[in-house]
Design a protein around this ligand. Structure first.
Ligand code: HMG
Ligand code: MG
Length: 298
């Protein structure tokens, strides 16, 4: 019914910090990544190779990656929207990238300056070249449940774009509830529809933002449906600058508390994560929104 082990994709340094009003010094970001690795994370989404004008918070991607000493057995995926981004990632020897599509036209236009069709066309050579070079390629799909401009997003629309992302050659599909409106019934319906479209749960990750406090329930629902990769951000940092109503991601600590209670292994040390989020909250000047961090912090 439930998996014995779950892989957490820690997105704090990317999804978390991309939405902060302050731009942290690169040394602080590098220490953040190092602390996350020290806590046992094996997948740390580190930054984005996007246009610096679009996401100034991550404009230091090259400097940051040069400042990080990469550990054996740890993956450091980076977001890459186009071939220019891929070239930047390849120049630094990155082994894991993520392209990021949208199930809705409104968000594709706002986030990528492209229609859905045009963004798939933009990703095609990125995924093709990356796979040829032996990289792992995550395909994010945003607005899988609701969209601030279009409202509820039909399952058929999500399955259609998801299938096109997988057909490009993505090795993983991360289902984004960008504005955090999903509830467990919707999660079940989408995962069932993806399974029916021959997308295996082995390749699916879930990416819940916690706007309505449903992220943990949604995650448990996905685990029961066979998903074993879950995105979360330290302390619940996060959001998307191009989707106003987006709040933080599911907090890694909240997820770890739940998984530990269920006897599901992650390899991640909860106390070290709490200490990291308390440390980061001091840097950002506001407390972590995670209930578990609040409960466990001294
Ligand atoms: P555009 O303006 O259409 O770009 O933006 P363009 O292709 O027309 O190029 C214009 C200029 O930008 C050119 O320079 C390019 O070289 C340069 P010029 O010739 O004029 O001097 N350029 C770049 N520079 C550096 N790195 C690059 C790059 N690409 C072009 N990669 C673009 C299109 C995709 C670039 C832009 O829309 C963009 O950067 N978007 C990123 C938005 C973003 O990062 N959003 C947040 C991540 S998505 C998210 O958070 C959701 C997620 O968490 C899942 C969920 O929650 O649902 C993943
Ligand atoms: Mg996100």
């Amino acid at each position: 019914d439930l998996p014995s082990r779950v892989t957490i994709c820690e997105v704090g340094p990317r999804d978390g910090l991309q939405n902060e009003p302050v731009v942290l010094p690169v040394e602080v970001k590098a220490e953040f990544v190092a602390r996350l690795v020290d806590a046992g994370n094996t997948v740390v989404e580190t930054t984005s190779f996007v246009h610096p004008k679009w996401v100034p918070q991550l404009a230091d991607a090259e400097t940051l990656l040069s400042a990080i000493e990469q550990s054996e057995g740890v993956r450091y995926p980076v977001l890459v929207p186009n071939e220019r981004g891929l070239d930047r990632a390849l120049d630094l020897g990155m082994r894991d990238i993520a392209v990021f599509g949208s199930a809705t036209e409104s968000f594709a236009q706002r986030n990528l300056n492209r229609s859905v069709d045009e963004s798939i066309q933009m990703f095609a050579p990125v995924v093709g070249r990356a796979r040829e070079a032996g990289l792992a390629v995550r395909g994010y799909l945003s607005m899988c449940f609701g969209d601030p401009w279009e409202g509820e997003v039909p399952v058929a629309k999500v399955v259609d774009v998801a299938s096109r992302m997988m057909a490009l050659g993505c090795t993983e599909l991360s289902l984004g509830d960008t504005i955090g409106v999903a509830t467990p019934g919707r999660v079940t319906a989408l995962l069932d529809a993806l399974s029916a479209a021959a997308i295996s749960m082995e390749h699916v990750a879930v990416h819940f933002h916690d706007t309505y406090g449903q992220a943990l329930a949604n995650t448990l629902t996905a685990l029961r449906r066979g998903v074993t990769t879950v995105d979360a951000s330290a302390g619940g940092l996060g959001g998307c600058p191009y989707a106003g109503s987006a709040t933080g991601n599911l907090a890694t600590e909240d997820l770890l508390w739940q998984l530990a209670g269920l006897g599901i292994e992650t390899g991640i040390d909860l106390d070290k994560m709490v200490a990291t989020s308390v440390w980061m909250a001091e840097r950002l000047g506001r407390p972590s929104p995670s209930r578990t961090v609040a409960a466990l912090a001294r």
